[in-house]
Design a protein around this ligand. Structure first.
Ligand code: 7RM
Length: 651
């Protein structure tokens, strides 16, 4: 969480500029700056023209139906996402082009051509149908990063069953809540997966989750680990993927979907303890993902594109699966971790597969930076021609390191701002025309109407900071929170009016109009690019029988951006100890998952509160980050802070 009014003169003083090279400009897909003016002049005509790139069963009657805050795009259009990602490619020479190049953490290699992917998706779509999945039914997917994961997504899209992917780093309990919220009848999982040489017990988590999911009828179980995995298979409920596929028919007619039919739900953290099921629909989402993939990454027919995200996050949905496959791109997919077996794994992969475009997160870049240049320098990275960043603000030092150590000064960097809710990149350079500045996501893309406003919703002049908002709809925008339209309106479309989307991020613009994202202005932390709500972690902590009260903050961290720090008061009769601390951390892992494990837990006799009883997180942050304390005049009992601080410095 960042105060949008904090001084960021240091950032805005960034004087280094990187115009596109002549060579890059001349070969770029988008070369003409007039595209911004054209999109501004008539956004609907702009999006309608762009939508010609998709293959429609039936064209739309109306480009946009905008009844704030509800948008419907390409009204009356009929389309299928899986048809667009597969059928139209297999009908051309791309049939035998690599769609997915996959490498497992232990080193296995697989290449799936578009024809291979088409065959597997058709068969798996038939498998789903045979298990009773119908158009509109939700399917929860909890899988490792293996080709069967995109196959499962595309099969769902083919039959019109919205998928809900749950990241493998979430616990059984988190999985259970998401299954129940979506009311899925089917869960797709694997016997396990690999992470840093360790086994991730996906099936065991599913079994635990399903103790509390009466809606689930069947589980499809992929064999990833094989003999080594000791798993339980429940007769009647659990079905092996390979058995079901063995006799599945090889063609499944794609369902004719309405533009506005749901494509998927993806849960993301908000300011309360309950995650929000962000709902995306069909045509607008596919257009947004595919168009931005092509323009922002300047992807050409012969490129190998590598997005290092997990498909459990929106970045993987839009830029591993839907965008690249709609564009007929060859994508690299890697199952494991960057430092396994050695810290050069990514650079080895880039060399081996001649990756041209790399899209990753600042937290990874900062980790590589710390490990040193010897790892990238031991590989041939000359295939790279463009680098992307996403997930959190990229600090100028990391940007410069990425540019020099990885891009060897030759590759433009696209720092792309967007969210689960936006579905597609909204603020980013266009690498053939935008002059970049290290640390700035530069400008809203053509057709995107972003602004920076103050508390009163007034646009802040250039040079000033405030809240990032979007003042016009865009095709890939979320349509609702699954099952909770009121919350959708409340969270995104109230604060600055029902015409204005509130992103939850602070932002400044410099005198030249460059956007500098400052991080969240709400109680959402960004830990290594993962969105985690402070409330979620707090409620996991107070769920422990010995915890009376908990306050959680994101504390600045050199690698992860933010690290989770928790201040906890224990109930009478319980005593603080290092063991207790580990027990509480483990409790959070059990409740939410390893990604939410607090880095630090501080036991306190009391938490600092205002006279009205609000926990003063700002003070806790000051304490955790070792800063001089800010204003404490509203504090009910200043002694509390002194005591806390004393303890903190000791511990
Ligand atoms: C794509 C994704 C969204 C939040 C968002 C921001 C932060 C993402 C950038 C960024 C600065 C960026 N979806 N964020 N990209 N901040 N510069 N280029 O990350 O839903 O998981 O997170 O991430 O705070 O609101 S997300």
């Amino acid at each position: 969480m960042t105060d949008p009014n904090q001084p960021i003169e240091a950032l805005l003083a960034e004087k280094r500029v990187f115009p596109p090279s002549r060579d890059f400009h001349e070969q770029a897909i988008v070369r003409d700056v007039a595209i911004y003016a054209k999109a501004n002049k008539d956004p609907e005509a702009f999006w309608a023209e762009a939508a010609q790139s998709l293959d429609w069963f039936q064209k739309w009657d109306k480009v946009l139906d905008w009844k704030p805050p509800q948008a419907r795009w390409f009204v009356g259009g009929k389309i299928n996402v899986s048809h667009n990602c597969l059928d139209r490619h297999v009908a051309t020479w791309r049939r035998n082009k690599a769609a997915i190049i996959w490498e497992g953490e232990p080193g296995e290699e697989r290449v799936l051509t578009y024809a291979d992917l088409y065959r597997e998706v058709n068969k798996f779509a038939n498998v789903l149908k045979r298990l009773g999945v119908k158009k509109g039914d939700r399917v929860t997917i909890y899988m490792p990063m293996v080709p069967e994961l995109p196959i499962a997504l595309l099969a769902c899209a083919r039959i019109g069953a919205p998928h809900s992917v749950v990241f493998g780093g979430f616990s059984a309990e988190s999985l259970r809540d998401r299954i129940n919220d979506a009311q899925s009848k089917i869960v797709i999982t694997a016997d396990g997966s690999y992470r840093r040489g360790q086994i991730v017990p996906l099936k065991r988590n599913v079994d635990a989750a399903l103790q509390g999911c009466p809606c689930v009828e069947s589980v499809i179980l992929l064999r990833r680990l094989g003999e080594t995995a000791s798993i339980h298979v429940q007769a009647g409920r659990d079905h092996w993927w390979h058995r079901l596929m063995a006799d599945a028919p090889s063609y499944c007619q794609p369902e004719v979907m309405d533009s506005e039919d749901p494509l998927f739900v993806l849960y993301t953290s908000g300011t309360t303890a309950k995650p929000k099921g962000i709902l995306h629909t069909t045509a607008g989402y596919l257009l947004g993902a595919s168009l931005t993939h092509k323009w922002v990454f300047d992807v050409k027919e012969e490129d190998v594109f590598w997005c290092t995200a997990d498909i459990g996050w929106v970045t993987g949905h839009s830029y591993i699966v839907y965008g690249p496959l709609a564009n007929g791109t060859t994508g690299l997919m890697y199952e494991g971790s960057p430092d396994w077996p050695e810290k050069d794994r990514w650079w080895a992969l880039i060399e081996k597969y001649r990756v041209n475009i790399l899209y990753t997160a600042p937290t990874a870049i900062r980790a590589f930076m710390r490990w040193g240049e010897k790892y990238p320098n031991s590989h041939d990275l000359s295939s790279l021609r463009l680098l992307g960043s996403v997930g959190e603000p990229i600090n100028p030092e990391a940007w410069m390191w990425y540019h020099e150590a990885i891009g060897k000064g030759r590759c433009p960097i696209v720092d792309t701002w967007w969210q689960t809710e936006t579905g597609m990149i909204l603020i980013s350079p266009l690498p053939g025309i935008t002059t970049t500045k290290p640390g700035s996501a530069t400008f809203p893309l053509p057709g995107i109407n972003a602004d920076v406003v103050d508390e009163a919703a007034r646009s802040v002049p250039l040079g000033g900071g405030g809240y990032l908002v979007l003042k016009s709809p865009w095709p890939a925008m979320a349509r609702t929170i699954y099952g909770d339209q009121d919350r959708y309106v409340e969270v995104y479309w109230k604060r600055f009016g029902k015409n204005v989307y509130f992103a939850g991020d602070g932002c400044k613009r410099d005198e030249e109009g460059y956007f500098w994202l400052l991080g969240r202005v709400d109680d959402v932390m960004n830990v290594a690019g993962h969105r985690i709500s402070t409330m979620e972690v707090e409620s996991a902590l107070v769920d422990h029988p010995e915890v009376a009260e908990a306050a959680v903050i994101g504390k600045k961290d050199e690698i992860k951006g933010e690290a989770i720090a928790a201040f906890v008061t224990l109930k009478e009769g319980s005593t603080a100890s290092p063991d207790k601390m580990n027990e509480l951390r483990q409790h959070v892992v059990k409740k939410i998952g390893p990604i939410a494990r607090p880095d630090n837990i501080y036991f306190a006799a009391e938490l600092p509160k205002t006279r009205s009883g609000k926990i003063m997180r700002r003070l806790l942050r000051d304490i955790a980050e070792g800063r001089a304390l800010g204003d404490t005049t509203t504090l009910a009992d200043p002694a509390v802070v002194a005591v806390l601080r004393g303890q903190y410095e000791e511990g």
